[in-house]
Write a protein that binds this ligand. Structure first.
Ligand code: AMP
Ligand code: MG
Length: 493
């Protein structure tokens, strides 16, 4: 039986729920509680995130923490719902929704910043289709690691507040320990949420969702004469910045379906994502991405494709005349390439410490990327080497063509009016020294599955400061040994 904890306990922790999404029209959500679990046990609680949210769990026992973060004990003021949404999955449109997630409410921090608090793996909902509504421990800890790493890398992302084990097994290929992740997000409004209301052909609901989104995320455009056009432009700008950040650190989302693209501009839904080691634009890790739709270098193109799907949902709000509306959004979406390229070039210039814009920068950048590809050089570590970090695997530095390139790069830097220190400082602000390398992620998850959480915590600590050289020659910087078989990630986790 689900219980709510009493108000004085609530106040002690500091929950300030102010739920707005749950008041939206009934067809956009289903009100239901998480399914209680047998024997919850806290695995990890994110203290720095709790602090940021102004939540204080210091006087809460482990037993109660486990009850709270499994949903067995709900906070006063929560209003638990599953959200309806739709989405293009690998290009095909489907009606979806939270099949294994429950939004418990929106928490306000003292400066009135609003955060969705959501359980992932909390039981079946009307949107579960054939799924069991549950999640396994490994993938939830994986989301915890990668989302927190992305946050520390300075990349907009949902975050992870806690993981509990449920004390129940989930059946995948084999029985695995079940777990629930508490996800914190600016919101869970997705491109797919707009697609859902469009598919239900209820223009009133579309306007309601549209107004809600603007109020919640982009109040600045509230009084605009063309708010729908502005929303499309802002979301495009946010998504371009996001994908450029992913390209910067070699992040491959893996499943960029429209239901996994947040209107807030945060990275969302860490499923088969992974970081690229050896530079190859065609890198794909997901076992189900057979055609490389979501490969590293396709990510900007897919972002544009998803934005076009978003634009389609906004047509009725742009102009009553559909042809006119289509013309307007087409023009906006057609600017994607130019804006992306500008942002990408700016980012790559920073990676190389090129402070002043020069005409041959683009060639210099592309020449380097071709060499990295040819030499199968480690993406992260090559930039570390350029910053004079003592890292492994810089055999590319013995390659004749690379030596020539290096010379040209040095000449470009010398032509800048800025000092080498300034260039280096710029490079250090954008080139991570530590990323959650796939083989390390697997290593710590394997230990965690055997109840040893020390490697997990050690890894998280290092990932908190990805731009700092914390431990000389630490083994978190090395790519996987070459003997290791091709890394694969799995969906439906
Ligand atoms: P994802 O690939 O995680 O973005 O999920 C796509 C859709 O499948 C969403 O509607 C999820 O809620 C749903 N889903 C994923 N895993 C499960 C599960 N184990 N049980 C029920 N629904 C699920
Ligand atoms: Mg999803």
């Amino acid at each position: 039986m689900l219980k709510k904890y009493n108000m004085s306990y609530n106040n002690k922790i500091g929950w300030r729920f102010d739920n707005t999404y749950s008041k939206l029209p009934g067809s956009m959500l289903t009100r239901l509680a998480p399914t209680p679990v047998k024997a919850p046990e806290l695995v990890v609680l994110n203290h720095s995130l709790s602090k940021m949210l102004e939540l204080d769990f210091s006087s809460t026992s482990d037993k109660n923490l486990a009850s709270i973060f499994s949903g067995n004990l709900l906070p006063e003021g929560s209003d638990t719902i599953a959200q309806a949404y739709a989405g293009h999955q690998f290009g095909y449109f489907t009606m979806l929704g939270d099949g294994r997630a429950i939004l418990i409410g929106e928490h306000l921090s003292k400066n009135n910043k609003r955060f969705d608090i959501q359980f992932k793996g909390s039981g079946k909902t009307p949107y579960s289709r054939n799924g069991d509504g549950r999640a396994a421990l490994g993938p939830m800890l994986r989301e915890y690691i990668v989302s927190e790493a992305m946050h520390s890398l300075g990349i907009p992302t949902t975050r992870s507040l806690a993981v509990v084990k449920t004390g129940e097994n989930v059946i995948r290929e084999t029985p695995l320990p079940g777990a629930i992740l508490t996800r914190v997000a600016a919101s869970h409004i997705r491109v797919g949420t707009f697609q859902y209301v469009t598919a239900t052909e209820d223009e009133k609901n579309l306007k309601t969702l549209f107004d809600y989104t603007i109020d919640r995320h982009y109040p600045k455009i509230k009084d605009s004469k063309t708010p729908a056009i502005d929303l499309l432009k802002i979301v495009m700008e946010k998504q371009i910045k996001l994908v450029v950040d992913w390209m910067r650190v070699g992040f491959i989302h893996g499943v960029m379906n429209t239901d996994n693209m947040a209107i807030s501009g945060e990275t969302i839904d860490y499923g088969p994502c992974a970081f690229m080691d050896a530079y190859d634009p065609e890198t794909v890790f997901s076992s189900i991405d057979h055609n490389g739709r979501y490969a590293y270098f396709n990510q900007p193109g897919i972002t544009k494709w998803n934005l076009a799907r978003f634009a389609e949902t906004l047509l009725p709000l742009i102009d009553k005349n559909k042809d006119k509306a289509i013309k307007i959004v087409t023009e906006i979406i057609n600017n994607f390439g130019e804006i992306y390229k500008k942002n990408w070039l700016e980012m790559m210039r920073k990676k190389l410490g090129l402070i002043e814009k020069k005409n041959n920068d683009e060639k210099l950048i592309n020449d380097l990327l071709s060499l990295l590809h040819e030499q199968k050089a480690d993406y992260t570590n090559t930039f570390c080497s350029l910053m004079n970090e003592d890292v492994q695997n810089d055999k590319i530095f013995n390659n004749k063509e690379f030596i020539d390139w290096h010379q040209k790069w040095k000449e470009c830097l010398a032509k800048n009016n800025n000092s080498t220190e300034e260039s280096l400082k710029l490079m250090r602000s954008v080139n991570p020294i530590v990323i959650p390398r796939n083989h390390k992620v697997e290593e710590v998850l394997e230990a965690a599955n055997k109840d040893d959480l020390n490697p997990f915590h050690d890894f998280l600590k290092v990932l908190e400061k990805p731009y700092e050289n914390q431990i000389k020659n630490n083994n978190y910087q090395s790519p996987a040994p070459p003997s290791e078989k091709k890394y694969q990630t799995f969906c439906g986790t």
